[in-house]
Design a protein around this ligand. Structure first.
Ligand code: NOJ
Length: 657
């Protein structure tokens, strides 16, 4: 189904200056996301802005009041950022278009840790091929593979050396063809990971740039000469997401090179049309091999403010990455995405391919501006605000508050129109396991695993399950830094110690946040190697009795069986895939309940978000319990983390209220 083409550029948002009021700023889509993010980081609710006194403050007054805390020019920086976006999201009318990807359940695979077929301890395509039946039987509609390309693997394959070759340890292009065909033969689609904000420094383009920095490849990257007055000083104050400056000195060519991630991951310069042509060519090449789309790694980072100005210190301190306001929603982002769609993903007359953007820092309104059905840009985004609860980030040791998530989700859903659609996910290869964040007490593990699955698969939006989530995977009890493989964890540990933290403090922080928690080998069977490998796994994963596929698949009470039932129910119910969502009793703390309805079907979902029993209104006697984490349960009460799904006749209330 071809996507509606975009209307010519409009100016919907007034141009703001510093005499504008806070409420004008908040009425702007970018302004709203920025304020929401600032308040979230400070642990405040956005109700602050509704306060008439705050709302009427002029921006210049805010600048003056905040200056002692934020330093100069914060408001000027933010006003510039919002004025760069002239358009507002168009909510659309009628029902959302029922595209396949709105209805599909996705499953993310981190191939290095999924299944090893040759005993070298590294997951590979042969292993994956042999497990496709597992995914089909689970009820998956589309598989997403994290990178499988040729790579020196300094960042889990997100450092690509050759976009058209498969990493030797994982197999060959022919093996990948077999996986693509194997998915399609089982009625599943498959998307790959497109990592084109940066390459590996071993990529041929970078090697050619090094050989001749003034030649045609020099401009594929941001290679900048030193300032003659201060040659030791990098070109700006931007920081890498993996600690330290975002600049690496290249003595062989006497230039600095920009890397927003590891020093071995130089950023591509998308201002150069030849870079964009290269990306378009490689996407087409993969589409010709039969894939159905891409998850697009940090795709919102591809457009940088020209001249690469310094980032504001306060913003940098707040989000722990200086410079981010100059690239998380850059000036040519919309244009670059539209070009990609028109020339590669959705050319006239072709079958559109899926574009799922990974977009750190993007909020609800900017997300709508990147995915609106009328805009010709992305289809879906991964926004990450919900993975951080209150003012906490992944690096903090804290208990994730599901009540805050409930409020976030209700607000998010209420702001979407028929042009918009959201992804639902709790886990991926970059985050610790959700069960461990919410409540690490083992007595709640199964109930919580089922609750998260129920939420994911009955809420409105496109669900993404991360491998092992369907088994109630939890964080790994790593014992020391040398058990970890992740570059981010190692860099962070080093930086924390350099900053004066004790080794124990640094380890505690790294242990809380490490991405390796989600990258441990998949547990297929009990016993050494977990059925993942006959050799020594590349990353340690201890035995976890009761939580392997073999132990759970024949147990009707297991989390895996619950996921299977949920996926089957979702597949046969239009209301659960596409129906409206209507929240009930939203103010009842710890209780999360909603209806999903289409003309002919109606479901009612109830969750207890707490670790204590919760009294609830009696269910309508006509409501039929179709799926439950605790069997028939007790009338009038939900057990800790209990979840229930009822089927109703349309137009009936679910509770006796
Ligand atoms: C986001 C990916 O999900 C993460 O794993 C990777 O390290 C960075 N992008 C850099 O590619």
């Amino acid at each position: 189904m071809a996507r509606r083409r975009r209307k010519p550029e409009r100016r919907d948002n007034p141009h703001l200056d510093e005499s504008a009021q806070v409420r004008d700023f908040y009425a702007h889509p970018v302004g709203r996301d920025v304020i929401d993010k600032l308040l979230l980081q400070q642990g405040h609710s956005n109700r602050w802005v509704d306060n008439p006194i705050v709302g009427r403050l002029r921006l210049k007054t805010v600048a003056w009041l905040a200056r002692p805390f934020t330093g100069p020019n914060l408001v000027t920086t933010l006003v510039k950022l919002v004025n760069a976006e002239p358009e507002a999201p168009d909510p659309g009318t009628g029902a959302p278009e029922p595209t396949w990807w709105k209805q599909a359940a996705f499953y993310q695979i981190f191939p290095r840790s999924f299944a090893d077929s040759n005993g070298d301890g590294i997951g590979d395509l042969g292993g994956l091929l042999a497990r496709l039946d597992y995914l089909a039987e689970l009820g998956i509609d589309c598989v997403w593979l994290s990178p499988i390309y040729d790579s020196p693997n300094e960042d889990g394959g997100y450092d690509v050396r050759d976009y058209r070759a498969v990493m030797t340890e994982m197999g060959t292009l022919e093996d990948l063809d077999a996986v693509i065909a194997g998915c399609h033969a089982r009625g599943m689609r498959i998307i790959l990971d497109l990592v084109v904000n940066h390459t590996s420094d071993q990529h041929e383009w970078f090697q050619k740039a090094l050989a001749d920095p003034d030649g045609p490849y020099g401009d594929y990257y941001f290679l900048l000469p030193p300032d003659p007055d201060d040659p030791e000083q990098p070109p700006n104050n931007w920081k890498s997401a993996f600690s330290g400056p975002a600049w690496r000195w290249l003595p062989e060519v006497e230039r600095w090179v920009l890397h927003l991630f590891a020093p071995s991951q130089p950023d591509l310069n998308w201002e150069n049309p030849r870079v964009r042509d290269e990306v378009i060519d490689l996407c087409r090449w993969w589409f010709d091999r039969g894939i159905d789309g891409f998850r697009m790694d940090v795709i919102n980072f591809i457009s940088k403010t020209p001249g690469l100005p310094d980032g504001h210190d306060f913003v940098g301190d707040m989000v722990q990455v200086a410079g981010v306001e100059h690239y998380f929603y850059g000036p040519r982002l919309h244009e670059f995405l539209r070009e990609l769609r028109e020339r590669a993903f959705d050319p006239p007359g072709g079958t559109p391919k899926l574009m799922v953007g990974e977009t750190p820092g993007v909020g609800v309104e900017t997300g709508r501006l990147l995915t609106g059905a009328d805009r010709g840009e992305l289809d879906l985004i991964f926004s990450f605000d919900h993975l951080e609860s209150g003012s906490n980030t992944r690096y903090d040791d804290y208990r994730y508050d599901l009540e805050l998530y409930k409020r976030y989700l209700i607000d998010y859903q209420e702001r979407l129109g028929s042009n918009d659609w959201l992804t639902l996910f709790f886990e991926n290869h970059d985050n610790p396991r959700m069960i461990s964040k919410v409540n690490p007490d083992p007595q709640h593990r199964v109930a919580l695993g089922k609750l998260l699955g129920t939420l994911l698969l009955t809420m409105r939006g496109t669900p993404f399950i991360y491998q092992g989530q369907e088994l109630a995977g939890i964080n790994e009890p790593f014992e020391s830094l040398d058990e970890l493989r992740d570059v981010e964890s190692h860099n962070r540990y080093r930086t924390l110690v350099e900053e004066g933290k004790s080794e124990d403090e640094a380890w505690a922080q790294v242990l809380t946040s490490s991405r390796d928690h989600s990258r441990i080998p998949m547990r297929w069977e009990p016993g050494p190697g977990s059925g993942f490998t006959t050799g020594t796994p590349w990353l340690i994963g201890r035995e976890d009795p009761g939580f392997s596929v073999a132990e759970q698949e024949d147990d009707t009470e297991s989390v895996l069986s619950h996921y299977r039932r949920l996926l089957a129910l979702r597949r046969r119910s239009t209301a659960l895939r596409l129906g409206d969502v209507e929240f009930v009793d939203a103010d009842r703390s710890g209780y999360f309940a909603w209806f999903r309805t289409t003309g002919a079907e109606r479901f009612f979902v109830q969750l207890n978000l707490t670790d204590a029993p919760l009294d609830i209104p009696d269910a309508d006697p006509a409501a039929e319990l179709v799926l439950a984490s605790h069997g028939a349960g007790q009338t009038g009460t939900l057990a800790p983390y209990e979840s229930r799904v009822y089927s109703l006749r349309p137009n009936t209330p679910a509770t006796g209220d």
